[in-house]
Design a protein around this ligand. Structure first.
Ligand SMILES: C[S@@+](CC[C@H](N)C(=O)[O-])C[C@H]1O[C@@H](n2cnc3c(N)ncnc32)[C@H](O)[C@@H]1O
Length: 281
């Protein structure tokens, strides 16, 4: 749907148009701190050709397209078809050129030198082969193109993991502590590894900056019932140590998290992350 008139937004919202309401309601609480940091580092220019790798549900790409105005050409890439469907529906109402392409970062379905700006907001840390994906980002970037990525760092949820490890140790499950550490390391490369991988792909790294935000929760129960944690993190915690072990230690882990929250005035789920800024020579 295209807007009949640029003045009709309020009418659409008052009439309960689901797409208009969706645009107003769209608040990617998790992705926004990463995305706002990334967008602030963009070298703004007219006529940019932009690729968002691992664009998911369309943030920050749709917002970036709006900030760049109608001369930009923005493309989102992700293998998650259902997310792309939702992203496309959000794009419908906008004046800006934003398209979404199903595909993987390891085989980007665009020709070489096609983009002036390649971004990935917490996307490249989720691909199966980071090295291949970065070479592909380099291939599709035009000479002089800016490459910007954010990724959360190994210290993510540090307080939570220290209690998780203590509960495993108390249950004599020390062998699973290493499994948990391996799981954390696999999901969150440290900044020097990102620097090396991005440089090896051919980019010149201009800056790496460190940022952090935190979700402040009441206690362990709030954590385990929070939809974002249930959907995105709990399954991987269970997988890292096995369901039986997780069920065994869960009551003790909850007790530890609750005691911590009582002492500290809440449970901090810290999310330190990296913004890496680079350029194709
Ligand atoms: C944490 S989400 C980030 C989504 C979005 N960039 C944001 O900021 O909200 C990670 C995204 O990476 C996508 N992804 C997973 N494997 C991928 C791959 N091989 N190539 C490209 N994207 C991939 C997922 O489907 C998911 O949408």
């Amino acid at each position: 749907m295209k807007l009949a008139s640029e003045y009709s937004w309020l009418t659409l919202i008052q009439a309960g148009d689901p797409i208009a309401i969706g645009i107003i309601d769209e608040t990617p609480v998790w992705s926004a701190p990463f995305g706002e940091t990334l967008m602030a580092a963009i070298h703004l220019a007219p006529n940019l050709r932009v690729l968002d790798v691992g664009c998911g549900l369309g943030y920050p790409l749709l917002e970036l397209a709006a900030r760049l105005g109608p001369t930009a050409r923005c493309v989102g890439l992700d293998p998650w078809n259902a997310a792309l469907g939702r992203a496309r529906s959000k794009a419908q109402m906008r004046e800006h050129v934003v398209t979404f392409q199903e595909g993987i970062a390891e085989a980007i379905p665009f020709e070489a030198n096609a983009f002036d700006l390649v971004i990935s907001n917490n996307g490249l840390n989720n691909v199966a082969d980071i090295k291949k994906a970065l070479f592909e980002c380099f291939r599709v970037a035009a000479p002089g193109a800016q490459f910007l990525m954010t990724a959360n760092l190994p210290e993510t949820f540090g307080t939570f993991y220290s209690h998780f490890e203590a509960a495993l140790e108390a249950a004599n499950q020390n062998s699973h502590i290493q499994a948990l550490r391996d799981h954390r390391a696999a999901k969150r490369p440290p900044s020097d590894r990102w620097y090396r991988l991005v440089s090896e792909a051919g980019f010149g790294v201009a800056a790496q900056t460190y940022h952090t935000f935190s979700w402040h929760l009441l206690d362990g129960e709030a954590l385990f019932t929070h939809p974002a944690f249930r959907l995105s993190f709990l399954p991987s915690w269970v997988e890292a140590v096995g369901e039986d072990i997780f069920e065994t230690i869960r009551p003790d882990l909850l007790r530890r998290l609750d005691a911590h929250a009582r002492d500290a005035g809440g449970l901090e789920m810290e999310i330190p992350f990296l913004l890496l800024e680079a350029e194709k020579p």
